[in-house]
Design a binder for this molecule. Structure first.
Ligand SMILES: [Fe+2]
Length: 182
């Protein structure tokens, strides 16, 4: 499976534009993290694209989220490494994981929302978001409150948080037209 196949599969399961963009943003960060952390960039990008594939199918049922995604992916012939990461990313079901790709996905999944919300505040201009903006919004717990800061902080075992913010922002700015941002 390549990036385009993964994207086509993801959009066939997810109608909502914001959810699609969330998956693409998470994927861009995952690819950059793989390069930084010694993971497999192509695979980590696919995991990012596919991680929430079941979101509309389970309709907010967090007891099924991730498990259902993994089942869908295995049925589509996606490998267990990808399907396993998708399953485990629901830490409410599977608990905290020490596996490198899982720590990366937890962090990418949660910072992408803060960065998208930061761009929205600036009229959709991701180019005007800086590392400083993210640092400030990260501390403001009521901002994009669904983004779990403690899951972002897991990444500090591998790099300091400001490096992670910069890396994530750069990765998302690199695909900003895909995200419908300027
Ligand atoms: Fe997600």
């Amino acid at each position: 499976m390549n990036r385009e196949d993964a994207r086509a599969l993801m959009t066939s399961f997810l109608e909502k534009e914001s959810l699609r963009n969330h998956c693409l943003a998470t994927a861009a960060i995952m690819k950059a993290l793989a390069i930084r952390m010694g993971g497999n960039p192509e695979q980590w990008e696919l995991i990012g694209i596919l991680h929430d594939i079941d979101y509309e199918v389970v309709g907010g049922d967090m007891q099924r989220h991730g498990n259902e995604g993994s089942r869908i992916l295995l049925e589509q012939g996606v490998n267990e490494e990808i399907a396993g990461a998708v399953r485990r990313h629901n830490d409410l079901l599977h608990g905290k994981s020490d596996i490198l790709v899982d720590v990366a996905l937890q962090a990418a999944d949660n910072i992408s929302g803060i960065i998208i919300a930061s761009a929205a505040v600036k009229g959709g201009k991701l180019s005007e978001v800086t590392e400083k903006t993210i640092r400030k919004k990260f501390k403001e717990r009521s901002f994009a409150a669904g983004c779990r800061r403690e899951n972002v902080e897991g990444i500090t075992r591998f790099m300091d948080i400001s490096e992670f913010f910069t890396l994530s922002l750069g990765a998302m700015q690199g695909i900003r037209s895909d995200l419908g941002l300027s």
